[in-house]
Write a protein that binds this ligand. Sequence first.
Ligand code: ADP
Length: 470
Amino acid sequence: MEIQQLLSKYMLEISKVDDENKLYSALVGILKRILDFQVLNVLRDKELIYSEPGDVTIAKEYYVDYLQWVEERLHPAFLPFEDIYVGLIPIFKGSKVLSLIVILTTNEPTAEVIDYLQLIAYLSGITLENLRLFKIVDDSREYYETIINVSNDGIIVFKDRDVEFKNVKAEQILNEHHRLFDEILKSIENGTEFFEFEEANSFFSVSLKGIKLFGEDRILVNVRNITTEKEIQKLKEVDKIKTNFIANISHELRTPLAAIKAYVETILSMPMNYEEIQEFLNIVHEQSLRLEQLLNDLLDFSQLESGTMRIVVEPANICDIIERAVSTVQVFAEEKKVKIESECLPITIECDRRRIEQVIVNLLNNAIKFSDPQKDSRYVRVSVSDEGEKIRISVEDNGIGIPGDKIDKIFDKFYRVDNELTYAIPGTGLGLAIVKEVVEMHGGEIQVKSEVGQGSIFEVILPKTKMSKE
Ligand code: ADP
């Protein structure tokens, strides 16, 4: 075969090699065609890394003194030793020697062969450099992947809507929470940079960031499991609620008790006529009713907690129930100068009339309690509308209103909005939790709309016929 043909065959061969040893064996193949040699060694940093035949090493004494000289010249050299030649062929790229081929041959190569060797060394240098660069890239990728896989956060890179990379943690999280993947895709579409995700008592915080690779857009998504943080936050909230509850309940007990004690002491210690005694006893009665109400709330709460609350349904006229509820809170409304307006439709529904009355009393009481002292005209309007299978009872006030970010919480047990408008208003935070439970036991629902400074509307939607849950 012509030497040019050999060279182009060699180029084709080395363009396909994917490791250093394969390159050297291709090199041995071509060298054998143009040079008659007995032994070939390849050195890197003076260490033997390849030999042909397999286990033969050329003694270093032959060439060690010439190494530097050859590496500086970057040109093949053949050194005569008695009846043999030691050939030194540096494989290089630019001015950097990547490895050195040492051969033992009995024939001195011609100048033409040395030129070919120089060309082969140059071509091999390019391939070797590429192989080493690929190896560096591969090793670096493996290195960073190992670091990223140790992370406790899920890390995902999206190219358009496809996952281009995900670490082990992300794989595990996405396998357990399929819905999270859809949420991430939605956020990519909307351009959302942060969201929290909750499923099966696990919480995740997810942040998204646009990044670029070779000028192309990617989205880097970081998913952090924040379940423990959320649990701690909840425990802290429960702790705060407990402390508040004890403070509230003590206040709720002390106020009527102090009033009862003071009025009874006055009756006992001062001479009074019948009317005066009657007036004082009325107050004592009123306060004992307040205590009784508090105890009922606590009892209801314990039933609610233990799941033992029951309802007894019977046909009842909603107007009767509303009328009784209004009369229960009438005195309180007058005290607070809140006008109660009530409109009704005489509809019969199947319900636990005592419990539904309790619901309406509770809503009316709140509307009065949280009325706005700044307003001259204060009102609470209770009305009923017929919605076919259902009725809607609405209790609307022009009181202080509820801040938007608190609205979701007011039905939680013990929750009370805590601000300068509410701090002096007594309560336990149990009323609405009980109201919601009773309404839901009837198969109904409760809705609320409110605006601070404007007022609130609580709406109870009840089915006309029994749909109670046991
Ligand atoms: P309580 O009245 O004992 O505080 P509730 O469970 O009945 O407890 O109500 C929870 C919280 O919701 C109240 O503390 C109050 O902040 C808010 N709230 C309820 N009803 C109204 C209302 N009509 N107007 C303004 N705030 C209200």
